[in-house]
Design a protein around this ligand. Sequence first.
Ligand code: G6P
Length: 615
Amino acid sequence: MCGIVGYVGQRQAVEVVLDGLRRLEYRGYDSAGVALVAGGALGLAKKAGKLANLESALGDAVLPESTCGIGHTRWATHGVPSDRNAHPHPSADGRIALIHNGIIENFGQLRGELEADGVQFASETDTEVAAQLLGREYALDGDLTEAMTRACARLEGAFTLLAVAADDPDTVVGARRNSPLVVGVGEGEYFLASDVAAFIAYTTDAIELGQDQIVTIGRGGIAIRDFGGDPSEGRPYKVDWDITAAEKGGYDTFMRKEINEQPTAVADTLRGRIDESGQIVLDEVRMSDQDFRDIDKVFIIACGTSYHAGLVTKYAIEHWTRIPCEVELSSEFRYRDPVLDRSTLVISISQSGETMDTLMAVRHAKDQKARVLSISNTVGSTIPRESDAVLYTRAGIEVAVASTKAFLTQLAACYLVGLHLAQTRGIMYADEVKAVLDELVATPDKIATLLKDMEPVRELARESAAFGRVLFIGRHVGYPVALEGALKLKELAYIHAEGFAAGELKHGPISLIDDGTPVIAIVPSPRGRSLLHDKIVSNIQEVKARGAKVIAVCEDGDDITGVHADHVIATPASPTLLAPLLTAVPLQEFAAELATALGKDIDQPRNLAKSVTVE
Ligand code: G6P
């Protein structure tokens, strides 16, 4: 949440910083700003609205000779999105400018203290407190790194800060606590950013920073210290994807591109994790077979779409391993005093690996001595780093705010973990595990087949747009898919969309149905689990009897559902537990098309951010 970029090198800083902000805009897009330094001057511009607004308002701030600067794209926490509240924030004397991602929790107390000292504030943000504090410290000795170290000692909460000083055109100083910050190392140039996407066009050499570190990039190199002022180190690594992954590649939106990347993303996530004999090899997770055997309870914690992946996983883990599994929203988990101990496995699911609610839940689980296994799409991010074990999904960068390919790869990774648990504990025979894995490995091709024929789904979406409300129903793993379908539609189209366990309809929600209400039913396979299938067919009849227009997402050849539903979206045959890898796909397309029909920006829906680094 909030994207930040810093640069020192030989290139024109304004270009590099704006380029970086363009790639980080998914992190927040309610306002943006830059601060550039050259010849003892500080050029500062900030503007409410998307980056394009800033670009047309840069004016004198550009300082064409500047090769050192910072930039910010905001998702508002304290203070409405406005020019005034946009970052960077200058200090009262105008000598330094600062940008921030996170929340400074003791800002009220610090603001009172600074105001008592005569400092006048120009915004309602918590960030300005850090800028004024840093300005006061900088005035003492004119050393930006020392000033940042002293300022950080006063701050509480979550923050990544970057600052520049008017009279130091060679330096950007950053600080990191609980929010992300990576360093990019080029030839005689250095970058600081919330995410490598900001500098991947210039270098693939990166350094991951640790908790409570301060980093100074200058023309002579980089220096890292801890908050106590002692020298420290980061972890160098090579970014293994290139700039094309962060571009639309011929699609009109990132979301459409990412939906279509799902077959590859799922296949990549499975690749190398299943050996020739059909056993799962998860050596990389850093947990021994004995560790897996010691587990007697599983908790899954996650937010948003990742939470829905967790809900699906519960069905798989309990069925395959017979270990009790609970799924909880990260933001609720630690306030409920969950019962955890050494034999509890906590699985955290987070695409970004930096969602603050999930990070705090992971820390709580670790405090209670539980083992934490993270499933994440972001190598080196905070949650995997703080976990005992990690399994990375390999979705590649996901730029659209609404998660699609990350969701499917999370499911694939969770299935692997569930089967691995069953395998190591001897609950499933090797041939049983192999049979499921064969099905799993066959899924990417089925997703590709499904994606080839999305026009009927789009047409249904356009027809449903006029209604302004869509309900989703499902049973078993179809229930979390219904929740996910509704979430996608809420996020993108800003209409009332809700997912229900189909059996619950009669206990209240059925009163929402009136003439023409679109109801999307996720129907399980008629093969094998026919009881489940029959039950949802009854639910379809119940809503139809009350006027609903039913769109059924069901298995290809399911004639029974075909008779009762108004429309059918057919998905390739799949075992019940794996079906979400297929049934979720048309719902993504449905939401994207319906929102497009309503004229919405599907990559950057209002009020949202992709990476939510505040609680
Ligand atoms: C935000 C995003 C969602 C995402 C959720 C959890 O709300 O808009 O798409 O599912 O955060 O993010 P995570 O990175 O932890 O999976």
